[in-house]
Design a protein around this ligand. Structure first.
Ligand code: UDP
Length: 160
């Protein structure tokens, strides 16, 4: 309220989801830790079994791809952990933290590069543009599930 207005784009948000394989492999804590230690702010978090309808909307742009049916089966195979992270340049920074879609191409140090091997089980989703992030957040979260709060270290993460 008092300081963050000085940093353009500091309220940018992105949707991240730990996919069913990431949940099964108990990677949720380590994934959240990477975003927290980077300095991003968690504003939404829930565990859910994504419905086929939600997944069809989420992956609508891929519905003609050959891997689409197996992608939906995979994403529907167990609970996912959906979250919304906020901060300056968070959409692009998150894509870099997450790494290449194909783990074989993902650099060590990225989430996919450190924790996964094959494109069909790449453990995490992240929005790929600011516009897509807005649509995905609206699809996965109600407004009342998103928290407005001040991080007490805001002035140490961003210039005041
Ligand atoms: N995917 C797959 N095979 C492919 C390409 C993609 O199984 O050849 C899956 C993979 O889980 C990927 C998701 O489909 O994360 C969505 O693909 P997209 O190209 O949107 O990549 P992302 O934005 O997730 O990096």
């Amino acid at each position: 309220v008092f300081c963050r207005a000085y940093i353009p784009g500091v309220r940018e948000r992105t949707l991240v989801a730990v996919k069913p394989d990431g949940v099964q492999r108990r990677l949720v804590g380590q994934i959240i830790q990477r975003f927290e230690t980077r300095g991003f702010k968690l504003v939404g978090l829930k565990m859910l079994q994504a419905s086929e309808d939600l997944l069809a909307q989420h992956y609508a742009s891929l519905n003609r791809k050959p891997f689409y049916p197996s992608l939906l089966r995979y994403m529907n195979s167990g609970p996912v952990v959906a979250m919304v992270w906020e901060g300056h340049n968070v959409v692009k920074s998150t894509r870099m933290l997450v790494g290449d879609t194909n783990p074989a191409e993902a650099k060590p140090g990225t989430i996919r590069g450190d924790f996964s091997i094959h494109i069909s089980r790449n453990i995490i989703h992240a929005s790929d543009s600011v516009e897509v992030a807005q649509a995905e957040i609206a699809l996965w979260f109600r407004r009342s599930e998103l928290m407005e709060w001040e991080c007490c270290d805001h002035g140490s993460v961003y210039q005041l």
